[in-house]
Design a protein around this ligand. Structure first.
Ligand code: NAD
Ligand code: 89V
Length: 343
């Protein structure tokens, strides 16, 4: 098959990981880049040797013949850019959060469906190898039927120096980080019927909430707790590790600090190290996330080649984004929120 020709829109903080990952993936390459900030365009263009550069996305679509576009801008621009991709019949990857509102996200899914083009949300945390290892244990049946889960991300890492916009929005941790944890909960335990949420802002220098605790009823009958915090000062800073506990009818799974996986099941207890590999271009502690970027982008190339729907398609991600919306509604009201009413 001929190599897929892709373009990247948004050459900011995180896009550099995506550019590195594209270089690692066979079957696709980035032939053009776009950023409305000429400085970022130059930095990324020079670093990755991309000569074809645009400051305007419409000019990019007009000037290039593309097999896909990788949108790595922040949420406010996602809807217009995805709709532009749909109008130009170009399959699109869109970074998380998919959109600022569920209504926008539904419109984006419709635009791509109507245009007959694939749409994947870059929801990469479920692609981290430790999370995939937990999924594999569930699939093996070793712990039986899961009835409880805890997905936990607690840290005091300074995310604001790399991503200053995170300090300024009215919404912070659920929309930016909790969205990953909620998606992992769906990935491991299935879709959710009801969510109850409590939030707090501990850091006085930011606008949004930096602590959230969510209790969820899954349609499978399992219960989960998703908790996240950027105000948790620990002896050893675990950023950006997601810890997982799952209890099943026949055993348990514990994914603990430093990627230690303990499975107690029908065949006894096994402890293993599920650390992600440190890719040549990656840097600790981000290597866990960086590896998952390669995995999700490789999945996209496979899906385009095989004409299959990506695991985190736009349609799938509506269910993760609905959890974000429901969490904010429930945090404000103090009441449980039913998901079906939103979808
Ligand atoms: P950033 O602000 O550093 O970069 C965004 C870039 O997009 C900027 O250079 C900006 O000039 C450009 N841009 C914005 N609107 C544009 C438009 N209409 N046309 C062309 N260029 C435009 O942001 P970031 O920290 O790199 O985050 C980008 C996205 O990635 C966010 O949605 C964020 O939540 C997400 N993110 C995801 C992960 C992950 O693990 N999946 C990690 C970090 C950030
Ligand atoms: O993954 C993310 O979306 C990032 C970070 C891990 C820093 O929260 O914004």
């Amino acid at each position: 098959m001929a190599e897929l020709r892709g373009a990247l829109i948004g050459c900011g903080f995180f896009a550099v990981n995506q550019m590195h990952a594209w270089r690692d993936i066979e079957g696709a390459s980035i032939v053009a880049i776009c950023d409305r900030d000429p400085e970022r365009l130059k930095v990324v263009g020079d670093q990755f040797g991309i000569a074809r550069r645009y400051v305007d996305a419409a000019a990019l679509f007009a000037g290039e013949s593309l097999d896909f576009v990788d949108i790595a801008t922040t949420a406010p621009s996602h809807r217009p850019l995805v709709e532009m991709a749909a109008q130009n019949r170009v399959p699109a990857i869109c970074q998380k959060p998919f959109a600022p509102s569920l209504a926008d996200a539904k419109a984006m899914v419709k635009a791509c469906t109507d245009a007959g083009v694939a749409l994947m949300v870059h929801e990469n945390f479920r692609w981290q190898s430790p999370i995939q290892a937990v999924r594999a244990v569930l699939d093996s049946g070793d712990i039986g039927t899961p009835f409880f889960g805890r997905i936990s991300f607690r840290s005091a890492y300074d995310v604001f120096s790399g991503q200053p916009y995170l300090a300024t929005g009215k919404r912070f941790i659920i929309e930016d980080l909790g969205i990953h944890s909620l998606d992992i909960a769906r990935f491991l335990l299935g879709d959710v019927s009801t969510i109850t949420t409590r939030t707090a802002r501990i850091n006085p220098n930011i606008a949004g909430e930096d602590v959230a605790t969510m209790l969820m009823d899954h349609k499978s009958g399992a219960t989960s707790v998703v908790d996240c915090s950027y105000a948790t000062k620990l002896a050893t800073e675990p950023f950006p590790q997601t810890l997982v506990e799952i209890d099943g009818s026949d055993g348990t799974i514990r994914l603990e600090h430093n990627y230690r996986l303990t499975v107690t099941g029908r065949n006894g207890t096994a402890v293993s190290d599920v650390s992600p590999p440190l890719l040549p271009w990656a840097s600790r502690p981000w290597h866990n996330i960086q590896e998952s970027v390669v995995a999700i982008q490789r999945h996209w190339v496979d899906c385009l080649a095989n004409k299959t729907e990506p695991a985190t398609s736009g349609a799938d991600n509506l269910r993760t984004l609905a959890l974000v919306e429901a969490a904010y509604v429930g945090a404000a009201s103090g009441e449980p929120v039913r998901l079906d009413a939103l979808l």
